[in-house]
Write a protein that binds this ligand. Structure first.
Ligand code: HEM
Length: 414
């Protein structure tokens, strides 16, 4: 029987991800030798590491056996950070509440709803990319700072109805909540939990004011919608209104930022794929899918079973935590012939980057649109591109973040 020590990488330790990136060697070994593996070598709680596509799918599709509560991530710390003082957001809920809450907003994020706002989103993306390339033949830039961070912030800020002057706040809060384990984003003198908590208080204070403004003067934006929602025939609890603001800010930013950056890094490392896209622009949406598969920005989410469950001859006991490793599922040799190749012309790409089943990402179509806009306006212009310095990664076992992606590029004439 395998022991954790042989893997040399703690799958839930944020520092390991910052230093080494994704543990593909460990995941590959686990998929081959022990895909439902009880991981015990951690100061935090032991957990089942689920690494195969079929198993992540099987678990995700049984939301009444595998709950999202009471924890969504596995902590490596002896004392598990808890946010009990804060209301649950959509992704922390289970049925029947989850289904009722998801229905409240899902129609705003369908492809048909997005068609109506395609124009303004394309414009936001084009302006950001134009600022990088207009009137330039060549340049050097941090792609995260120039494109992949501002784009989702602007789109989410615009959708929520946050004034443009406050968009930098959204950027700061997302960094501090998702990157709470990263020393660059932790508030001074505070630990992971204190840092995330005080940022959430700042965010809630800000949105409380905005919610009041939108109640008085409603418009088409999401915050106005949140103020008008009802649950079981009554107006939504004010804390649940704030929880909606929180989940959209947090879920919509960091993930899209990192998928866009990680995809760009893959293009830099595989310039042949840029040429492919240049000669066949119809590959744009397949490029976005491959970028999401390749980067798998969410490293893991957890589930907790309500009863004992047999999987590949193992018994996962009631209440034992299970970690779904999306990045591993997205390299499963049983699903892709060449999973370790970044290839934008895959016919079928059933990746789990956006999850699957009950909690499948509400914002997947929005994220796809944002990424498509960024690549569409930038990649056709690239003549040459290379890394201009080291890639810096976020210290997090939840989101595989790229903090810095310095690139040097030469453009083709427009
Ligand atoms: C490339 C970008 C993105 C990635 C990789 C991503 C990934 C994910 C994943 C893995 C889940 C959990 C799915 C599951 O448990 O099966 C999720 C849920 C969610 N995502 Fe995204 N996401 C992205 C962008 C967005 C955006 C732009 C929004 C903004 C609206 C968003 C909002 C949500 C919400 C609200 C949930 C919770 C859904 C539920 O619990 O029913 N995401 N996302």
């Amino acid at each position: 029987m395998a022991t954790d020590r042989q893997f040399g990488f703690n799958l839930v330790d944020p520092a390991h991800y910052a230093k080494h990136g994704y543990p593909h060697d460990t995941w590959t070994k686990l998929r081959a030798e022990d895909p439902v593996y009880r991981w015990t070598e951690t100061e935090g709680m032991p957990f089942w590491a689920i690494t195969k596509h079929a198993d992540v799918t099987e678990i995700s599709k049984q939301p009444d056996i595998f709950l999202n509560g009471p924890r969504l991530t596995i902590s490596h710390l002896a004392e598990e950070p808890r946010m009990d003082a804060f209301p649950d957001t959509l992704i922390q809920m289970d049925n029947p509440k989850h289904r009722a809450f998801r229905k409240m907003i899902s129609s705003r994020f369908t492809p048909r709803a997005l068609k109506k706002i395609h124009g303004p989103i394309e414009q936001i993306g084009k302006e950001i990319v134009d600022a990088l390339i207009v009137d330039k033949e060549e340049g050097e830039v941090d792609f995260v700072e120039a494109v992949s961070a501002p784009l989702p912030i602007a789109v989410i800020g615009w959708l929520l109805g946050v004034p443009k002057s406050d968009w930098p706040l959204l950027f700061d809060w997302t960094n501090k909540i998702i990157g709470a384990s990263d020393p660059d984003f932790q508030q001074q003198g505070k630990d992971v939990m204190e840092s995330a908590q005080s940022t959430m208080i700042e965010l809630f204070t800000y949105f409380s004011k905005l919610v009041e403004e939108k109640r008085k003067k409603p418009d088409d934006n999401l915050v106005s919608l949140f103020t008008q929602l009802e649950f079981e025939g009554k107006p939504l609890d004010p804390m649940d209104v704030l929880a909606w603001c929180l989940i959209i800010v947090v879920a919509g930013n960091e993930t899209t930022r990192n998928a866009t950056s990680g995809g760009m890094l893959a293009f830099v490392e595989n310039p042949g794929e840029i040429r492919k896209l240049q000669s066949d622009p119809s590959l744009l949406s397949a490029s976005v899918e491959e970028a999401v598969r390749w980067t798998s920005p969410i490293i893991h989410f957890a589930r907790t079973p309500t009863r004992d469950y047999e999987l590949r001859g193992k018994t996962i006991k009631k209440d034992e935590s299970v970690a779904l490793f999306y990045g591993s599922a997205n390299r499963d040799e049983e699903v892709w012939e060449d999973p370790f190749t970044f290839r934008i012309d895959r016919g079928k790409n059933p990746h789990l980057g956006f999850g699957i089943g009950e909690h499948f990402c509400v914002g997947s179509h929005l994220a796809r649109l944002e990424m498509a806009v960024a690549y569409k306006h930038l990649l056709p212009r690239i003549e040459e591109i290379e890394l201009a310095g080291p890639v810096e990664r976020l210290q997090s076992a939840l989101v595989g973040g790229v903090k810095k992606l310095p690139i040097r590029y030469k453009l083709r004439p427009a």
